[in-house]
Design a protein around this ligand. Structure first.
Ligand SMILES: C[S@@+](CC[C@H](N)C(=O)[O-])C[C@H]1O[C@@H](n2cnc3c(N)ncnc32)[C@H](O)[C@@H]1O
Length: 186
């Protein structure tokens, strides 16, 4: 009898582990599989130029569209500790890492949500590091929701039908992923 109970517990544990593994892998790859933008943290050399372009103030509301592991929010808090910041992330693994990395930052909230269903109307500053198609899909939504004067810094990918205020080159190295920042103002 004990032998059967041990086998049943072993079997159930294996099933649970399998389900958890599939869930974590699916969650990690969801953005990649569905073409939204995979979890690739922005390279370090781009951080300072991103923060300089954002130039946040005490009354700003900074929202990161797809915040990954929260790396930009952590760096932004070091430079602008008074600014309220929100990171939107729908993939489970980066979401939990971002929650952990920002756990001691009272000015930062991480929201687990698809950013296509998030209301950006209160944002004053935005940062995105996504994909060209995603930026184009987001463009119309941002046009409808953003207040005049809102700034968007987009790393490497532009909104093709919108004229950027300026383009800032952050690296000319072929091997670097983050090369340009597209600065938009509504
Ligand atoms: C290229 S990574 C950039 C992460 C972070 N912004 C950075 O620069 O380090 C893009 C992130 O956006 C997230 N993402 C992609 N599509 C999303 C969606 N529709 N809603 C919420 N998050 C999304 C991905 O899970 C991924 O973590």
């Amino acid at each position: 009898m004990t032998h059967i109970i041990v086998n049943v517990i072993y079997f159930l544990t294996m099933i649970l582990l399998l389900v958890a593994t599939v869930w974590i892998v699916f969650s990690l790859l969801r953005s990649t599989l569905f073409g939204h933008a995979p979890f690739i943290p922005v390279m370090d050399h781009a951080i300072d130029p991103i923060l300089s372009e954002l130039d946040l103030g005490q009354d700003s509301l900074f929202i990161e569209i797809g915040c990954g592991n929260g790396k930009v929010l952590v760096a932004a808090t070091q430079k602008f500790p008074q600014t309220k910041m929100i990171g939107i992330e729908h993939d489970l693994v980066p979401y939990f890492i971002a929650r952990f990395n920002t756990r001691k930052l009272p000015n930062v909230s991480i929201v687990r949500q698809n950013f296509f269903s998030y209301d950006f109307s209160k944002a004053t500053h935005l940062f995105a590091y996504l994909l060209p198609g995603v930026m184009d899909d987001l463009g119309g939504k941002l046009d409808r929701e953003l207040q005049p004067g809102t700034i968007l810094v987009s790393c490497d990918f532009k909104i093709s039908r919108k004229q950027p205020l300026r383009i800032v080159t952050v690296s000319a190295k072929k091997s670097d992923l983050a090369k340009n920042l597209f600065i938009y103002k509504w």
